[in-house]
Design a protein around this ligand. Structure first.
Ligand SMILES: Cc1cc2nc3c(=O)[nH]c(=O)nc-3n(C[C@H](O)[C@H](O)[C@H](O)COP(=O)(O)OP(=O)(O)OC[C@H]3O[C@@H](n4cnc5c(N)ncnc54)[C@H](O)[C@@H]3O)c2cc1C
Length: 504
């Protein structure tokens, strides 16, 4: 990238990534550069992506979005975590909560005490029973967390489940209100500078040429600028994450509007269940090497709990990411930069992480190379960490009922993940992070939920007497039950707080 000020940003693509980028740049860097977004209604957006992580709340807050208004426009529900069914073994169920397990004493996390009790032969309930988020989720209750750190009701967080087709238009109104410009049209050519390789302009089907200083590629899986025009290679991770297709089919809600997403193991992958206010999203994520498209579509029809409201829709993808997400004067955000299956609802989080890094490192006309390197380091770290976390779900299974589960159970895993598992198994310790997503409770939930039990624990957990520890955990469990019981039914809370807007 040549060292010059960025006066105009061109965003290609108007899906969730494109409009999140436009709204964030317009809001957080006002007057810094003109923002021009190009999208093609004929091509459309991927239109799935309904479950999120708690980080989205900070993003919305920075944009000044009022929660109840946003939820009612996007017909959203609350999400306290993800329920995993049939993963470790058929019949198993555990919740990955947004929040902590129990309360630590001093510097020692609660699960170390729990492990000590279990290894001393004390009958302790499963770890999830010491989580407010899990307990509320299992009882189908929701209330906003307390801001008083002394209360148990402060030990959980939450995210949203929303209609993906309504989120981008909601952000578009914000971005356009802040001055972002939109052009409808299909990009057919990309003009690059012969010397620097920078993108100079894009050309639309009708011949219109749009110049810019910085180009943000939000064109989805086709990665029009970074992948096609700049030729940045794709690192393929399908040997670890073999799912390469999904068949999505929304249906009417037949049972509870749960405050959590479900991920349910299937013969060649897993299926999601995401309850919204007006419907339930379903989809089967599968490896096409192990099941045909027709079989997958039949399986999702059979599994959906209510009357279908659309035909099954096929989506193709490949796990992995571009080697670099920022090259020359082109930054890829969202699917144009890479994709990891939606098992832990991480794609919109990755969009947000890229936008945050772009805002922080927005070109200032100097030292652009080190800015780009730092951006790429941050994005690589996010992808690599999520990749390992996803692989853990497949690797830590005892299922052997189909060739798919045999494959993922026995496949070689990255060394980075093998080391993490070893540390947890021996000492109950989770590799510490200072940046990025999925902190201790997330890893602990999946390890223990899928049968990787720690053999050791933090030596400081030996300090209290066994009796006092056993009594303390019993009291804690009773307090959590009492506190969770005070929260209203999830749907009742929504109806009072953010009932969906009816279509005009
Ligand atoms: C099966 C599946 C399930 C998912 N579930 C989740 C989930 O639960 N949670 C989550 O966080 N994420 C999920 N995702 C990912 C999520 O959908 C995406 O990260 C998110 O929607 C962002 O997509 P995008 O904006 O990058 O791309 P898209 O939505 O594909 O948008 C691409 C844009 O580029 C435009 N475009 C493309 N080519 C051109 C061209 N030549 N000219 C002009 N415009 C062009 C299109 O018109 C469109 O506006 C899921 C993805 C899949 C495939």
């Amino acid at each position: 990238m040549t060292d010059h000020q960025v006066r105009k940003v061109v965003i290609v693509g108007g899906g969730t990534s494109g409009w999140m980028t436009a709204a964030a740049l317009a809001k957080l860097l006002p007057g810094r550069a003109r923002i021009h977004l190009v999208e093609s209604e004929a091509i459309g957006i991927v239109g799935v992506g309904e479950a999120t992580l708690p980080h989205i709340r900070a993003f919305n807050e920075r944009l000044g979005i009022a929660e109840a208004d946003f939820m009612s426009w996007t017909r959203a529900t609350f999400k306290l975590g993800i329920e995993f069914r049939d993963w470790g073994r058929i019949g198993d169920s555990y919740v990955h909560p947004f929040g902590t397990f129990g309360r630590g004493l001093g510097d020692v996390d609660f699960h170390h005490y729990w492990t000590r009790l279990a290894s001393a032969g004390v009958a302790v309930p499963p770890l999830e029973q010491f989580s407010m988020a899990c307990t509320m989720a299992r009882e189908n209750r929701f209330a906003l967390p307390s801001t008083d750190p002394r209360e148990l009701a402060s030990t959980f967080g939450y995210a949203y489940q929303f209609d993906a087709l309504l989120f981008a238009p909601y952000l578009r109104a914000i971005a356009e209100g802040l001055g972002a410009r939109r052009t409808e049209g299909r990009v057919v050519a990309v003009d690059r500078d012969g010397d620097s390789g920078d993108i100079r302009a894009i050309t639309l089907e009708g011949g219109e040429r749009i110049e810019g200083d910085l180009f943000v590629d939000c064109s989805g899986f086709r990665s029009l600028l970074l992948g096609e025009a700049l030729g940045e290679p794709f690192e393929d991770w399908s040997r670890w994450l073999p799912a390469d297709r999904a068949v999505a089919m929304p249906c009417r809600t037949g049972t509870a509007v749960t405050p959590y997403t479900s991920a349910i193991g299937m013969p060649a992958g897993w299926r999601w269940r995401i309850p919204l206010q007006h419907r339930t999203g379903n989809g089967y994520v599968y490896a096409s090497a192990f099941v045909s498209d027709d079989e997958a579509a039949a399986a999702i029809r059979a599994a959906a709990e209510g009357e279908p409201i659309a035909e099954p829709r096929l989506l193709r993808f490949r796990a992995g990411r571009r080697a670099r997400s920022w090259v020359n004067n082109c930054v890829a955000v969202g699917l144009a930069s890479g994709f990891l299956e939606p098992l832990e609802s991480t794609s919109i989080y990755l969009v947000q992480a890229a936008i945050t890094a772009l805002v922080e490192l927005f070109p200032d006309g100097s030292d652009a190379r080190s800015d780009r390197d730092e951006f790429n380091r941050l994005i690589d770290m996010e992808y690599d960490r999520i990749r390992d976390f996803l692989i853990l779900h497949y690797h830590a299974t005892t299922r052997s009922d189909t060739p798919f589960w045999d494959y993922v159970r026995t496949m070689p895993i990255p060394d980075t993940l093998a080391d993490k598992i070893d540390l947890f198994r021996r000492r109950g310790r989770v590799v510490k992070y200072r940046e990025g997503v999925f902190l201790d409770a997330s890893w602990i939930a999946v390890y223990t939920g899928q049968g990787i039990m720690p053999e050791g624990y933090d030596p400081r957990a030996d300090l209290p007497s066994l009796d006092s520890l056993a009594r303390g955990t019993e009291t804690l469990r009773a307090d959590i039950l009492r506190s969770a019981a005070q929260a209203p039914d999830h749907l009742a809370f929504i109806n009072g707080y953010c009932p969906m807007r009816q279509a005009a």
